[in-house]
Design a protein around this ligand. Structure first.
Ligand SMILES: [Zn+2]
Length: 191
C-alpha cells in the first residue's frame, strides 16, 4: 500500500474499498484488487474472509464492480447529484447477496452469543454484503456530510473530514499541495 489509510478508512470498510485503487503522480495507479490473489489478501487483512480463502477471478471482478458502484455513490453524495440507477441497484444487490443477520448460537451449554454464518460457498457474498452494508449505513447517516474526496491531484481517495477542514487524505498529499502552492508563488514572483 503506497499510502497509509485515509481518515475514516479504518472505521469504514466501504471507504477502504474505494481507496483500494490509488492514483499516484506520474500517471501511476496502485490497485490492491488487481489480481485474484491480491484481492484475497485484501479481504483476509480485513477479516472479511477466512485466512484459508482462495478467491477466483469471478469473485475479484464482483468486488471490483462493487467498488465502482460505491465510488459512484460517494461521488453522488459529496456532489449532491443523483446516483446512476445501475450503481444503486448494484449496491442493493450486494446488500441482499448474503444474510447479514448474526445468528443465535450456544457452545458447550454456556451463554448465548450471536455470530455471522460463513458458509464456504458464500464467502464472496458475505464480503460483498458487509462492504455494501457499511456503504449504505455511512451514506444514510450524518457522517455522510463529512465524506470528501482528497483535493491533492491526482489523488482520488476518499476520507472523512473528522479533523476540521482537512482536505487531503494523507500527509504526503498535503505536502504535495503545499509544495505546488509554494512553486506557484515563486513563479509568480519571477514573472
Ligand atoms: Zn490524497
Amino acid at each position: 500500500m503506497p499510502l497509509p489509510p485515509s481518515p475514516g478508512a479504518q472505521q469504514h470498510s466501504s471507504i477502504d474499498l474505494v481507496n483500494s485503487e490509488i492514483q499516484l503522480p506520474g500517471n501511476k495507479t496502485f490497485d490492491a484488487l488487481a489480481s485474484p490473489e491480491s484481492t484475497t489478501d485484501w479481504l483476509i487483512d480485513r477479516e472479511l474472509v477466512p485466512e484459508d480463502a482462495q478467491l477466483q477471478e469471478y469473485c475479484q471482478n464482483r468486488l471490483v464492480t462493487l467498488r465502482q458502484y460505491v465510488r459512484q455513490a460517494f461521488s453522488a453524495s459529496t456532489s449532491g447529484t443523483p446516483i446512476d440507477e445501475v450503481a444503486l441497484q448494484g449496491i442493493n444487490a450486494a446488500l441482499l447477496a448474503a444474510p447479514n443477520t448474526p445468528l443465535l448460537k450456544q457452545e458447550g451449554g454456556k451463554g448465548f452469543f450471536r455470530a455471522l454464518e460463513h458458509p464456504a460457498t458464500q464467502l464472496t457474498e458475505h464480503a460483498l454484503a458487509t462492504l455494501a452494508e457499511d456503504a449504505a449505513s455511512l451514506l444514510s447517516s450524518d457522517e455522510a456530510t463529512q465524506l470528501a474526496q482528497c483535493e491533492s491531484e491526482p489523488c482520488t481517495r476518499y476520507l472523512l473530514r473528522t479533523h476540521g477542514r482537512r482536505h487531503w487524505c494523507s500527509t504526503r498529499c498535503g505536502d504535495r499541495v503545499r509544495a505546488a502552492r509554494a512553486y506557484a508563488r515563486k513563479k509568480e514572483r519571477q514573472n
